[in-house]
Every structure is written in C-alpha cells, then in structure tokens.
Design a protein around this ligand. Structure first.
Ligand code: SF4
Length: 179
C-alpha cells in the first residue's frame, strides 16, 4: 500500500455488537486512525462506498436483496475483505430462520401475533428477504475470517494492525489471503 491505507466497515444483517466491539478498541482506535483513513462506516458520515478501499470489516449475514447488492459492490471495490463476527462467518443469529422453509410465518409472529400496538406487517421500504440467510463467503470471496460473537476488541485490533502491516493475521483464520 503506497498511499495512506483506507479502512471501511459495513453492517449487513447483524445486531451492531461487532461494531461495538470495534469501538471497544478504545484508545487503540487512535493508533488505527494514525495509520489508516476510515473512509466508510456506520460510524462516519460517508454516504457512498468509495471506489478503492484497502480493507473492509463486514458485520452481519446476507439476508436480503439489499444486503446482496451491497456486499457485491463492496467486494468489487475492496482489496481485503474481512468477515467480522459469527453472523458474517456462519450466519449465526440471523441464520436461525433458515430452519423454516418460509420466513413469512416468522414475520407474522413478530408483527401480528406478538404486538398490541401498530399491529400489522410493514409494507413500505422493506428489502426483499432471500429464501435463506447466507454467510458472506457464500456470496463473495472472503479473505479473512474473524469469528466470535462478537470478536473481541483485541482480536479486531490485532487483525487490523496485521493487515495494515501487510502480514497475514495470526489471530484470524486465513482463507485465500493475498490473491
Ligand atoms: Fe451481533 Fe454476534 Fe452477530 Fe456480531 S456476531 S452481529 S455481536 S449477533
């Protein structure tokens, strides 16, 4: 990486816990900020994923057509993609719905059966759910898997620093790194 490295994070079908763990790096965030520019993230105000990103941390599984489009765009614009946390790596919590052939009864349970206020399925502005929730590597190539629910701040820090150093992270499972 000849220019100053760029870092991004995105959030698909996850609970934000992985991003909370990212923030738990605390003062070490300053070390990361001293070495890389955070160019896109729920934590910053950028609206469009940049054309060329060095490292992205991806929280969450791929559950909707919107998630699918986002992760494909991110993959096409990023050198190193890290699956951050068990939802991204295995589907974890959002994948629990995969035991059902159809997600519709779950929505009715959530929006009709178990509510007393604003009862009814929302009808506007919702992305279409895929037949099954998918781990990120089933949709795009993943370079580094970082498991945990959430991965610890130490693990995230060690991984980001290793990648900025151009090293394979010792703490993460390597997968097709260095393409
Ligand atoms: Fe939340 Fe755990 Fe999934 Fe991270 S891996 S998004 S902490 S449920």
């Amino acid at each position: 990486m000849s220019r100053r490295p760029t870092l991004a994070t995105i959030w698909l079908d996850g609970c934000s816990g992985c991003h909370m763990s990212f923030l738990d790096m605390d003062e070490r965030l300053l070390e990361v900020a001293a070495r890389a520019d955070l160019v896109y993230s729920p934590l910053v105000d950028a609206k469009v994923y940049p054309e060329s990103v060095d490292i992205v941390l991806v929280e969450g599984a791929v559950s909707t057509d919107e998630d699918m489009a986002r992760i494909r765009l991110v993959r096409s614009r990023t050198k190193i993609l890290v699956a951050l946390g068990d939802c991204a790596v295995t589907t974890n919590v959002p994948g629990m719905r995969n035991v059902f052939a159809d997600a519709q009864p779950l929505f009715e349970r959530a929006y009709v059966d178990n509510v007393t206020v604003n009862l009814g399925m929302p009808s506007k502005g919702l992305p279409r759910h895929l037949p099954k929730t998918l781990p990120v590597h089933k949709v795009v190539k993943v370079d580094v898997f970082l498991p945990g629910c959430p991965p610890s701040a130490d693990l995230i820090f060690d991984t980001v620093v290793a990648l900025l150093d151009g090293r394979v992270p010792e703490t993460a499972t390597r997968a097709r790194f260095g393409r």
